[in-house]
Design a protein. Structure first.
Length: 146
């Protein structure tokens, strides 16, 4: 499993914490930036990660901005991307199990580092259940074709 990781300036410090967690956990990842707290535009980073996940180069993405909302909106513009904004572990598990989410977004101004690590763990260690949820994912894919 390879992870594409990025943040804007507001999410920089939480992204660095998540990068350390992924490294400690032995999870392969690539950090697409931002690399400083100089102001940048979150859609640029969402685009890079969403494109990398969409292409299959990475299994999952993690995007962090101030609230996680902007990253989620931007990433979800890409067909095949199901970015889920999560602020607790239950939603992170369900995003994977029910929605087959492939990008996790979080808000650095909403949650702390410890909870963010728990959310990442829940997201990465949950799998899509299929079954009744499969038809719903198919319907989402059809929406992307309209």
């Amino acid at each position: 499993m390879k992870i594409a990781l990025a943040s804007d300036h507001a999410g920089l410090h939480l992204k660095e914490n998540i990068a350390a967690y992924l490294k400690e956990s032995g999870v392969a990842f690539y950090d697409y930036g931002a690399y400083s707290d100089d102001s940048v535009d979150y859609p640029d980073f969402a685009s890079t990660v969403a494109g990398a996940v969409q292409s299959g180069e990475y299994a999952f993405g993690i995007l962090i901005c101030g609230t996680g909302v902007g990253m989620s909106i931007a990433a979800n513009k890409y067909p095949g991307i199901r970015a889920a904004l999560c602020s607790e572990t239950f939603s992170a598990r369900c995003a994977r199990e029910h929605n087959n989410a492939n990008i996790l977004t979080m808000g650095s101004r909403v949650i702390g580092a410890g909870l963010a690590r728990d959310i990442v763990e829940a997201f990465l260690h949950s799998g899509f259940e299929g079954g009744r949820h499969e038809n719903r994912i198919i319907k989402i894919s059809r929406l992307e074709q309209k």
